[in-house]
Design a protein around this ligand. Structure first.
Ligand code: SF4
Length: 424
């Protein structure tokens, strides 16, 4: 199998057909440590907030080591650390990293996987910053959670910061007041997507709110509507809109909250009528998918089954045959009993891996341009080898530690999510 890294190098060297969104993808991620921005890939043009964690320089030996040497060093370090270590890999990670993962999954599955290894001293999370924070909140206090590259944030998560959300909440409380209605429902419930900072999860936990994932967003919204007249949903407008629309909420009752505008850019009446107030955030990976790509896939592959992630814009979800979380997409492909052509609207690493794993099907990414998630792409085997060899030497680098006060509020919101069971 040709890995995505090899494909990108071949395309940028002119040895293979295809397009990438930037030739910088062929460079090592260390070339972007210390440079403003998320690095090459889908979110390269998003604004990185000041104060976001930055990665110090990766030691030269890890930058220069050939791929096979890095692979062998990672395997050797893992063997030395044995049961003291668990390595978690997100579906969107590059193959050269995923091959070393003890568990592969989405952010929620991986948080749970960390819990199944309570004896491991070290949890090395090959994903992005908010995932490592969640693992630290759910892990035992003695366990260390390590993110191989601190610059692996998430541009969507960074679009809602605690100060902006606090300011929005104060404005909304001024509009709605705080008194419950005749049925005991409070004016508004905060709901944060898993893809958010621990501070925002704590914000929700402390205000009667909850966390959701792309797998359980409908269940969580039902939970929230039982307790509140409306919801403030952040950071991803698309997941909020797509989920609420599928539940029958009219889109005109879902105003967007732009933190740079007074009252988020809505009138007082629009906010009073609202059922879901959507934060002005999005995923730059899933924003790349378009209705035009779906039309092209249908024209070129009659009978194609189009499945997209609910972080895609509403028009794309409406034009697709199905929408669901990464776990849903995986189960849909795995469950197809007849050879099927799938056009998938999610991150390219996952799509390519599905194509390799299920050769009986034809599987391709809706977006013909190769443009992986910038921040997932920051985790390169060089960083993984470095953090593991540091652990072997008795040194913990890139540890993610959530403040204890933040942890307790965030844990409340996460536990509410775990207790909110689907009805069907
Ligand atoms: S794919 Fe989107 S939501 Fe996921 S880590 Fe990347 S930017 Fe964030």
């Amino acid at each position: 199998m040709t890995t995505l890294d090899m494909t990108i190098r071949a395309i940028t060297n002119g040895e293979a057909p295809g397009d990438t969104c930037t030739p910088d993808l062929a460079k090592g991620p260390w070339e972007f440590d210390g440079v403003p921005g998320y690095g090459p890939g889908s979110s390269m043009f998003d604004v990185i907030p000041t104060g976001s964690p930055r990665q110090g320089g990766l030691p030269r030996e890890y930058q220069d080591a050939p791929a096979e040497e890095l692979r062998q060093r990672i395997v050797a370090a893992k063997q030395t650390l044995g049961d003291r270590l668990v390595v978690l890999g997100h579906f969107y990670q590059r193959d050269e990293v995923v091959e070393h993962a003890d568990f592969l999954g989405d952010s929620f599955q991986l948080a749970n996987a960390a819990l199944t290894k309570p004896d491991a001293e070290y949890i090395v999370f090959c994903g992005v910053h908010f995932m490592a924070e969640t693992a630290d909140i759910l892990a035992r206090p003695e366990q260390k959670v390590i993110l191989p590259n601190l610059a692996a944030g998430c541009s969507m998560a960074d679009m809602a910061d605690i100060d902006s959300v606090m300011a929005a909440w104060e404005e909304l409380e001024a509009v709605y007041g705080t008194e419950p209605d005749a049925e005991g429902r409070v004016p508004i419930i905060p709901v944060t997507y898993m893809n958010s900072s621990a501070a925002l999860k704590a914000f929700c936990g402390e205000r009667g709110g909850i966390v959701c994932t792309s797998s359980n967003a409908k269940t969580v919204l039902e939970w929230a509507f039982e307790r509140g007249q409306r919801v403030l949903f952040f950071p991803d407008q698309h997941l909020g809109r797509n989920t609420a629309k599928a539940m029958g909420v009219p889109t005109e009752l879902m105003p967007m909250w732009n933190p740079r505008k007074a009252l988020g850019g809505s009138t007082r009446q629009e906010l009073m009528d609202a059922k879901v107030v959507l934060w002005h955030g999005f995923c730059s990976v899933h924003k790349r998918f378009t209705v035009g790509q779906i039309e092209q896939a249908r024209a070129q592959h009659p009978g194609v089954r189009v499945i997209v992630h609910p972080e895609c814009p509403m028009a794309v979800v409406d034009a697709a045959d199905e929408a669901g979380s990464t776990d849903y997409i995986r189960r849909a492909v795995a469950g197809a009993t007849e050879p099927t052509t799938f056009a998938i609207g999610t991150e390219i690493n996952m799509v390519n891996r599905l194509a390799a794993e299920f050769p009986q099907h034809t599987i391709f990414c809706l977006d013909p341009v190769i443009c992986p998630c910038s921040t997932m792409y920051r985790i390169h085997p060089g960083y993984l080898a470095w953090v593991l060899e540091e652990l072997v030497a008795g040194r913990v680098v890139n540890s993610i530690e959530v403040d204890e006060r933040v942890q307790s509020g965030a844990r409340v919101a996460l536990e509410r999510m775990l207790a909110a069971k689907p009805r069907d």
